[in-house]
Design a protein around this ligand. Structure first.
Ligand code: HEC
Length: 133
């Protein structure tokens, strides 16, 4: 190798190499501290409930699971507009109904309970103050 013919350079290289070992030992435990797999690559189907958007996360659920009844005057509650949904959210009735809280009407009526991720997202949105986002 060419390095063997340049003793001075090799010496310098070795010195640097020796310094790298303690440096590596010291830094190793910290290297991957924050890079755990679950944070970097959430498993498919993981439920992300931070920064919930009314438009992207809440509306699709309401549209597919609730509007059938809640837009046609079948109930006192219509969820046709943001203001409608916000009112139900702020009164606590929305979360009570979808979590099947004792005493609250069970929603969706006559249908299966919402999946836990949808419930968690709606709760998170309500907890954030039911923003129009
Ligand atoms: C099959 C029809 C139907 C579907 C689907 C349905 N609802 Fe309802 N909902 C009703 C009826 C009827 C009432 C009023 C009667 C009652 O109080 O039980 C009601 C009442 C409510 C109320 C008022 C609760 C209260 O405290 O008075 C909320 C909130 C509500 N629904 C939310 C939802 C949500 C959210 C969905 C979708 C995830 C949904 N509903 C799906 C029929 C439905």
């Amino acid at each position: 190798m060419i390095i063997q013919y340049v003793p001075l350079f090799r010496k310098k290289l070795m010195k640097t190499a020796w310094l790298m070992i303690p440096a590596a030992i010291i830094t190793m435990p910290y290297a991957c501290k924050k890079d755990n797999g679950a944070d970097m690559y959430p498993p498919a189907g993981a439920c992300n409930i931070s920064d919930i958007s009314y438009f992207n996360d809440v509306v699709p659920v309401i549209q597919s699971k609730c509007l059938d009844c809640h837009s046609r005057g079948l109930t006192r509650y219509t969820f046709a507009t943001y203001a409608d949904v916000r009112a139900a959210a702020n009164s606590g009735r929305l979360v009570a109904a979808i979590t099947h809280a004792p005493g609250a009407p069970v929603m969706p009526k006559d249908g299966p309970k919402l999946d836990s991720c949808s419930i968690a997202k709606i709760k998170s949105w309500v907890d954030a103050g039911a923003p129009d986002n």
